[in-house]
Ligand binder design. Structure first.
Ligand code: FAD
Length: 366
């Protein structure tokens, strides 16, 4: 009997497994697909990490802890996983988005620069900058090498004694007298505690979660981008929020538009092929934010699992299962802090970070 059973080994499940072995717990983990698969939300070479979080101060403690744990992961894994390039939030001066970004910067205690259109053009000639655009540059931001980080967390969890079962879907979880019985494809397993981190599929295990979550198809395009630019997100006058970041050091760039074509529903758990509408949408978005870049010529399909207010769910259900749904397109940067908090909840310990903003009770359907 393991102390902790983890369902789903994307970023959140792997971070939970790594945290559980650090806490000295015995761990079993299951994923329906193979290690490094591309059918969830965590694949791809890079993910943006922003030191100043315009989504709100409620994320600050989780973000601070995540920064500490990314450094710890790099030290334990013996490899670089965080590329600190700085990063920018850009938008129309005076817009609600930039007002929020400015207020987050002012209250963050972090270093930042405010850049107007002229300074943006000077600093980053590759950017397309209309006169009314401004940006906040945070030197502590950058990007994470996500495929490598996922592999490192799996490696360290296994080195700490975790048994991770890949290609092993879990069909059902039952409450037993002493804990939980996990019905997996290759047999039944018992665990004292369960962490549910099944990403877009998490709703299959819990009706309340299913009602609170909406799966959405997301496509990113890869292209030959500028050499010396930090990752950025830019909100256009029409509300489109575009993000762009290096796909790895010295590599290509990738770009996406939050909520892409708004293709939402359980069918979008499947990886539908990229079509002309996807390509056109991404080429157009690229033209809005960068000059003289050829359109994306390779694509990755991913999925967001959204809550109505785009906050995460990190909570314990009435039957004691720990529920983790941390996507809405922005969860990766928090993964090690979320894994650590999930393990604390599972073991009945006080999480280091205040989790009330992430309770299931506050969620309603998108
Ligand atoms: C295109 C894209 C870009 C993003 N960019 C950023 C970014 O720049 N910065 C950032 O911070 N965040 C970003 N995010 C969000 C971030 O990637 C997600 O928050 C994170 O990857 C979610 O991880 P997860 O473990 O919850 O889900 P997943 O990675 O989907 O993992 C869930 C796992 O559960 C497994 N599973 C499901 N059902 C079962 C079952 N029955 N039995 C066993 N296993 C099961 C699945 O196979 C899967 O491996 C982005 C997301 C996308 C899609």
């Amino acid at each position: 009997m393991a102390e902790i059973g983890i369902i789903g080994l994307g970023a959140m499940g792997l971070a939970s497994a790594w945290a559980a072995v650090r806490a000295g717990a015995s761990v079993i983990g299951f994923d329906r697909f193979s290690a490094g698969h591309e059918r969830g939300s965590s694949h791809g070479e890079s993910r943006m990490i922003r030191r100043i979080y315009s989504e709100g101060a409620l994320y600050n403690a989780l973000l601070d802890r995540a920064y500490d744990l990314w450094a710890a992961l790099e030290a334990d894994a013996g490899e670089r996983l965080f590329v600190k390039t700085g990063g920018m939030d850009a938008g129309i001066a005076g817009s609600a988005f930039m007002a929020e970004a400015l207020s987050s910067a002012e209250t963050s205690g972090q270093a930042y620069d405010v850049l107007d259109a002229a300074s943006l053009r000077r600093r980053y000639p590759a950017l397309a900058v209309p006169d009314d655009v401004m940006a906040i540059f945070a030197p502590g931001s950058g990007y994470l090498l996500s495929d490598a980080a996922n592999a490192a967390m799996a490696r360290l969890a296994e080195a700490g004694g975790a048994d991770l079962y890949w290609d092993c879907p879990v069909k059902r979880i039952d409450r037993t007298n002493g804990g939980f019985r996990i019905h997996a494809a290759d047999g039944n397993y018992d665990a004292d505690h369960v962490i549910l981190a099944a990403g877009p599929w998490v709703g299959e295990f819990d009706g309340d979660l299913d009602r609170a979550l909406t799966v959405e198809r997301q496509v990113v395009g890869l292209f030959d981008g500028p050499d010396d630019m930090p990752p950025f997100q830019r909100v256009l006058a029409d509300g489109r929020r575009i993000y762009a970041l290096p796909n790895g050091p010295g590599g290509r760039w990738k770009l996406g538009v939050y909520h892409h074509r708004k293709q939402r529903g359980p069918d979008y758990r499947e990886t539908l092929p990229v079509d002309a509408a996807d390509r056109a949408l991404l080429a157009d978005a690229l033209g809005e934010v960068l000059q003289d870049c050829p359109p994306p010529d390779a694509f990755e399909v991913c999925r967001f699992t959204n809550t109505a207010d785009h906050r995460f769910i990190l909570d314990t259900a009435e039957d004691g299962r720990v529920l983790v749904s941390a996507c809405s397109g922005h969860g990766y940067k928090f993964a090690p802090a979320i894994g650590e908090a999930a393990v604390a909840l599972a073991l009945g310990e006080a999480p280091r970070v205040y989790l009330s903003p992430f309770s299931l009770a506050r969620q309603t359907k998108l």
